[in-house]
Design a protein around this ligand. Structure first.
Ligand code: NAD
Length: 324
């Protein structure tokens, strides 16, 4: 994951630098891609993730803007919405990320729905979710049914809406490891809006036969044993045992779980949902935790932000060309 994510980040940085230098000669008002991040509360894990995302933006040549609301006792939804509305209309902001989870007194759905879908680089706005669950085509203009474009699910950059970063990263890992998806039996463990459901949808778009298992599924083990591709997104340390896996299968471990570790200075370490040490003896491919899906999530966030910037820049150029 880390190696593939590093390669993607280098590609994005290169592609952005080329675009900026070619547009420098044709336009006097070029803005760099900008990612606005909202962080509500004091969770140290969220603070770490936000710092990593901001550093990734800087490394890639993008700007990032952070708005923090530390005091959750006084924060209101209206204050958060005001910030989002300002970002929605700010031409320097091309991507908006609301770091989750939000505190329990805040209605997450209301906040996520306020983000302009074209700037929703996390792909969590209902319009982007609906587009992902649509099938082969996407209507780029709701006023004109003739603008349907055929979607090419093998090329995420051509998809005209935002796809959630972690699920997108899972598919990219398979593609860049030359693991074919079409016709394969994929088992997704977990059915959350953030990971399980969208990754299942993406696998389906790539013609896998997909089974989703969850906390109420009986006999998960026997279902996983038939899987060519396993995506684990549960949040339970080492739940998936090597004995559950088919020899040679591909395992994508999305889970991040903190477990006690007396040998670590911090007193804990991060592990996945899969018993990695034993599972790697059975699996053909497997992602570690940390260093697997996590870096891919960040790389996909950069890619979504860059795509958003490209579309905004193209739309601004088209509008300028039609001005009298
Ligand atoms: P979630 O809590 O929203 O969903 C967990 C899912 O697991 C649920 O659908 C539930 O039905 C299922 N589940 C719970 N217990 C189960 C059991 N015993 N057997 C089978 N299924 C069970 O969590 P989420 O947001 O989908 O995240 C899942 C994991 O992935 C977490 O550990 C999270 O930290 C991690 N995560 C990692 C990244 C990354 O970038 N690496 C991104 C997002 C989430």
């Amino acid at each position: 994951g880390k190696a593939i994510a590093d390669a993607i980040r280098a590609e994005l940085a290169q592609s952005l630098s080329e675009s900026l230098s070619s547009s420098a000669s044709s336009s006097s008002t070029i803005t760099k891609p900008g990612l606005a991040v909202m962080l509500v509360g004091n969770r140290t894990d969220s603070q770490t993730y936000v710092r990593m995302k901001q550093k990734a933006c800087a490394d890639c040549g993008m700007l990032s803007f952070l708005q923090e609301f530390k005091d959750t006792s006084t924060i209101t939804e209206d204050t958060l919405l005001e910030t989002i509305h300002a970002w929605n209309t700010d031409p320097n902001v091309h991507g908006i990320l609301i770091q989750l989870p939000l505190p329990p007194n805040i209605n997450e759905a209301r906040i996520l729905s306020a983000v302009l879908p074209t700037k929703d680089v996390d792909g969590l706005h209902p319009a982007n979710v609906a587009s992902l669950f649509n099938t082969a085509t996407h209507n780029t203009n709701i006023n004109n049914a003739n603008t349907n474009v055929k979607l090419n699910w093998k090329n995420f950059e051509s998809i005209p809406f935002h796809i959630p970063c972690t699920p997108q990263g899972c598919i990219e890992l398979l593609d860049r490891s030359s693991i074919s998806i079409e016709g394969k039996h994929a088992v997704v463990i977990g059915r959350s809006n953030l990971v399980g459901l969208p990754v299942a949808m993406l696998l389906l778009h790539r013609n896998a036969t997909v089974t989703i298992v969850h906390s109420r599924t009986t006999n998960i083990e026997s279902i996983v044993r038939n899987a060519d591709i396993v995506v684990a997104a549960v949040g339970r340390a080492h739940m998936i045992q090597s004995s559950w896996l088919k020899l040679g299968c591909a395992v994508i471990d999305v889970g991040i779980n903190s477990v006690e570790d007396a040998n670590s200075k911090r007193g804990y370490k991060l592990v996945g949902d899969v018993d990695y040490e034993n599972a790697k003896m059975v699996a053909g491919w497997i992602t570690p935790v940390p260093g697997g899906v996590g870096p891919m999530t960040i790389a996909m966030l950069l890619r979504n932000t860059l795509n958003s910037w490209r579309r905004a820049t193209a739309a601004a150029a088209a509008a300028a060309a039609t001005e009298p």
